[in-house]
Design a protein around this ligand. Structure first.
Ligand code: ADP
Ligand code: MG
Length: 556
């Protein structure tokens, strides 16, 4: 059977999604393959289809026991011979499954990675074990004696310290690969920046892998941010227009999911709460009702969603700020899996950032706290954007994107992007002349030639002083947020963040990169004014000084 026939007869889908076909071809040609595809993209089929075509057994390494069971149940419903092995099963159960595999009665065998390790090494203390110290389990050797056609490693980022979910047992997989050098390996993940990617390939000892990187763009999701003030009214208005549609509303606390669900029901909406504090049975019931379209709205904490596979979720609303972009992307990604138009709506207030920082501070672990804070700041920046939100999300995942997507609130409000290089150069040269030691407020006052005594005393003599007096304070703030979101300015951490230059800003100062910003009256007037010689001359003089300084630093 061809891959397409397998897809249609065994899985009931009519066609492959974007990269699936190429990946499956590579796997069938027994090439080592690396797959980066967003959650919900359809990674499973990339090994399930080949598994049905290959003669022998396909081993699937998967770290989450609950998801393993779901997948195997789903395969069995499709009449596919699949089983899983993990530590929740009794010894006789495990033996029975192995016997089936030996008798070639299985096409797919899902394995928890710790099954490959000797028992006493799987419990505790494995944090800094190096792979050479691992002892294979007897089970490991049993596997080697079977007729294996393919090894699929799901959630492959778990092998890397750079990823966010390192699991030492995964290091054992390199040994598996070495022991079965002719068996192709397909490694799959949804979260891997460049560093993690390289690490995965090295640690798994993949041989010249074919790499498939799918776009993270979810073109059918419209991203919108609304100020949090008046959120309840706005939510009612939003839901009122979508009474027949399914959606998820995420709240930060369990209590607020209950009160909001109650409130919505009292206003005639079909809503139920979901959070980890509910009775197991009730939680399960609410989830099932949502999946079967018996209730339209799930008001939930982030406990809801892992492994939920409902294709017609039309909207995902966040009442509170998620703690990082990864979570936001994943949660909003539950909308529109069927490819139809869907909404992601975030109610945003900076007060949420402050609140979350208070919650998530980890006593005595400053390094970890600072990572959490930085990710929160990046999330806040998303809320503050005055440029395309999709571009920001995609760039966050290392993916290039156009300036306009045409399907986020910013793009849809018809903001035009215009050349804002002059403004950017003014800000950046001010930051540079002030030696990257001041926050946005001070930089703006300095640019505007403020009368404040401190600025007069300390910095009035600098050429850059006052070169931005033609632009208002608010507007400067907006422009700073705009170009910071594009990576031209960095904010330091801490209670009083100062503005800093980045490698990207150097190119702007040197005049080799143009900066696009949101159009406004002031931006356009400045750009026009800069064309008059006199004005340009002052800025040029400032830039000349900054460039000279940069050149000197480079020569050190
Ligand atoms: P991932 O592991 O990448 O998060 P899954 O493999 O769980 O994604 O797939 C997500 C959903 O997409 C599942 O419901 C799956 O059945 C569906 N799906 C995958 N490929 C296709 C396809 N070619 N056509 C239709 N649905 C698909
Ligand atoms: Mg998956």
């Amino acid at each position: 059977m061809s891959p397409l026939q397998v897809l249609q007869t065994h899985f009931g889908y009519s066609s492959f999604r974007l990269e699936q076909e190429g990946i499956i071809q590579a796997v069938l040609q027994k090439k080592d393959t690396f797959v980066l595809m967003p959650t919900g993209g359809g990674k499973s089929l990339c090994y399930q289809v080949p598994a049905l075509i290959f003669e022998g057994l396909t081993i699937v390494i998967s770290p989450l026991i609950a998801l393993m069971k779901d997948q195997v149940d789903a395969l069995r419903l499709n009449g596919i011979q699949a089983a899983y092995l993990n530590s929740t099963q009794s010894y006789p159960e495990q033996e029975a499954i192995l016997n089936k595999a030996r008798a070639k009665e299985l096409k797919l065998l899902y394995l928890a990675p710790e099954k490959l390790l000797r028992q006493d090494e799987t419990n505790g203390g494995t944090k800094d074990i190096s792979p050479s110290k691992f002892t294979p389990s007897s089970f490991f050797n049993t596997i080697l004696s079977m007729d294996i056609s393919l090894i699929a490693i799901d959630e492959a980022h778990c092998i890397s310290h750079w990823g966010h979910d390192f699991r030492p047992e995964y290091l054992m997989l390199a040994q598996l690969k070495r022991s079965l050098p002719t068996v192709p390996v397909v490694a799959l993940t949804a979260t891997a920046d460049r560093l993690t990617r390289k690490d995965i390939v090295e640690k798994l000892a993949l041989k010249e892998p074919l790499t498939f990187i799918s776009s993270f763009n979810r073109a059918n999701i419209r991203y919108t941010v609304e100020p949090k003030q008046g959120a309840s009214e706005k939510l009612l208005n939003f839901l009122g227009k979508r009474k027949t549609e399914s959606g998820i509303i995420y709240c930060l606390s369990r209590a607020s999911t209950e009160s909001l669900a109650n409130d919505l029901r009292s206003k005639g909406f079909d809503a139920l709460p979901y959070h980890a504090g509910l009775e197991r049975q009730q939680r399960f019931k609410h989830q099932e009702m949502f999946l079967r379209d018996e209730v339209k709205i799930m008001v939930a904490t982030i406990a809801f969603g892992m492994g939920i596979d409902k294709s017609n979720v039309r909207y995902v609303v966040h009442m509170d700020l998620p703690k990082n972009i990864e979570s936001y992307y994943q949660e909003t990604g539950r909308a529109g899996r069927d490819g139809l138009e869907s909404e992601a709506l975030l109610f945003y207030s900076y007060a949420d950032v402050t609140k979350l920082k208070r919650f998530t501070q980890i006593e005595g672990n400053e390094a970890q706290t600072s990572v959490i804070f930085r990710k929160l700041d990046q999330m806040a920046m998303y809320g503050d954007l005055s440029s395309c939100r999709r571009k920001y999300l995609l760039n966050y995942f290392d993916e290039p994107a156009d300036d306009y997507c045409g399907n986020c609130d910013v793009c849809l409000s018809h903001v035009e992007r215009v050349d804002g290089t002059i403004h950017a150069q003014k800000i950046l040269s001010a930051i540079s002349r002030l030696q990257e030691r001041f926050g946005a407020g001070y930089v703006i006052d300095f640019l505007r030639g403020s009368n404040s005594a401190k600025i007069q005393d300390d910095h009035k003599q600098l050429k850059t002083f006052g070169i931005g007096s033609d632009t208002g304070k608010e507007e400067w703030n907006r422009i700073i947020r705009d170009i910071a979101a594009q990576g031209y300015i960095m904010k330091s951490e801490g209670a009083y963040p100062v503005l800093k230059l980045t490698p990207k800003s150097i190119a702007v100062l040197k005049g080799t990169e143009k900066v696009m910003i949101t159009k406004s009256k002031e931006v356009i007037e400045t750009q026009a004014a800069a064309e008059t010689i006199e004005y340009d001359a002052i800025l040029f003089e400032c830039l000349r000084l900054v460039r000279k300084q940069l050149a000197e630093e480079e020569n050190v």
